[in-house]
Design a protein around this ligand. Sequence first.
Ligand code: NAD
Length: 431
Amino acid sequence: MVNKMADAEDLEKDKPNPYDVALAQLDKAARVAGISPAVREILSQPKNEIIVNFPVRMDSGEYKMFKGYRVQHSNILGPYKGGIRYHEQVSLDEVKALASWMTYKCALHDIPFGGGKGGIKFMPRQHSQAELERITRRFTHALGANIGPEYDIPAPDVGTNGQIMVWMMDTYMNVVGFTDKNANRRVVTGKTVNSGGSLGRETATGQGIVHCIAEWARDRHFDLNGATYMVQGFGNVGSNAAKILARTGASLVAVGDWKGYIANADGINPFKLTEHVQKTGSVAGYPGTRVISRAEFFATTADVFIPAALELEIGVEEAKALNVKLIVEGANGPTETAAEPIIYDKGIGLIPDILANSGGVVVSYYEWLQNKRSERWDLEEVEERLAKRMKRTYLAVNEYAATKKCDWRVAAMAIAIERIGRAYAERGIFP
Ligand code: NAD
């Protein structure tokens, strides 16, 4: 049934600047939250923008230069916190946008962290494991004292995983000092469980998405058993959300990634699809499915759509095509500003990224706490705490949106910046 995947250019399109989108969201929320213009001004720029260029020896023996970024947006509420992305499209403005969304995500949950993000502009798929290790270790070394367990704490994002976090941790631990080596384990989160990671971290973002969907369905007496969903991006976030949602009896009807899109109205097994992706690197070629174009994917009829790939994938055209009841933003910043009114006019619900995908940073916080206290929590405890926190924050956003008659993105951002605004009001700025 699988013929050929959609053309590469079918996957590409012009996108707006993600930092402009982040600023437009901040402005909208600031008007509702009524924070002071000074706080709005402070939040409109990250505190630090770090760019490092570093050489790495390739397997061939040649040296190659890499460009890495770490943007530290805000640490008014706690250490900078946020992922490291390995992708060919990484840019300063992308990382600035992602760092600011981390600030709002942590503040929304009242987690004592600020916001940061980093990345390296390259294609990890084109490198061996040995090269990835050297790139990661050299990047960590180049960042030097710009990261630290009480200062700036990276985590996985697109193109990175637990193994890469362990290489970062090990490099940092080995350069900061001999006697307090183990106190530095929590310099990164999202590590493998064996090397100090938390149980439940790998599935946490997907699990958090499903908590949001379950709350949304409960409020509307909507039965998820027999419902349909579609997922864009089948990496950590997309695949885990798809598998956990399948437990409710909902059925995955369309899915896509960097190589193309597939559909089956009778349902696609997300567990077997995950095995296929682990073997082949893409959903492409999964048996028993129909190859569809990117445009057909966005026009698929389903109850729930989980974008879980990159930012700004839902533009005006995609919003016009969408035929779903609910969008749950697994990816950070997947929706263009101009697409939002179209989505709301169509009566589609939208659970924004800083709420929907926040399960990851919540369990990263739990991992950091476990490392700090030399504890190991069992999976049940991690999952119970995550469920409680996701539900509490979901309810807070729901109530804020109803009281202020605003959409959920504005509500979630407004709760976050009000918290940050209160901290500035109490502390002032130094000197
Ligand atoms: P990942 O690298 O594990 O997976 C990314 C997926 O997106 C892959 O399936 C890839 O093929 C697909 N993809 C890449 N380019 C694409 C394109 N042009 N079109 C369609 N699909 C494309 O990354 P991840 O950790 O799952 O992150 C996905 C999104 O979720 C990102 O926006 C990330 O910032 C966000 N996020 C991740 C976490 C986390 O814990 N990993 C937490 C919160 C938010």
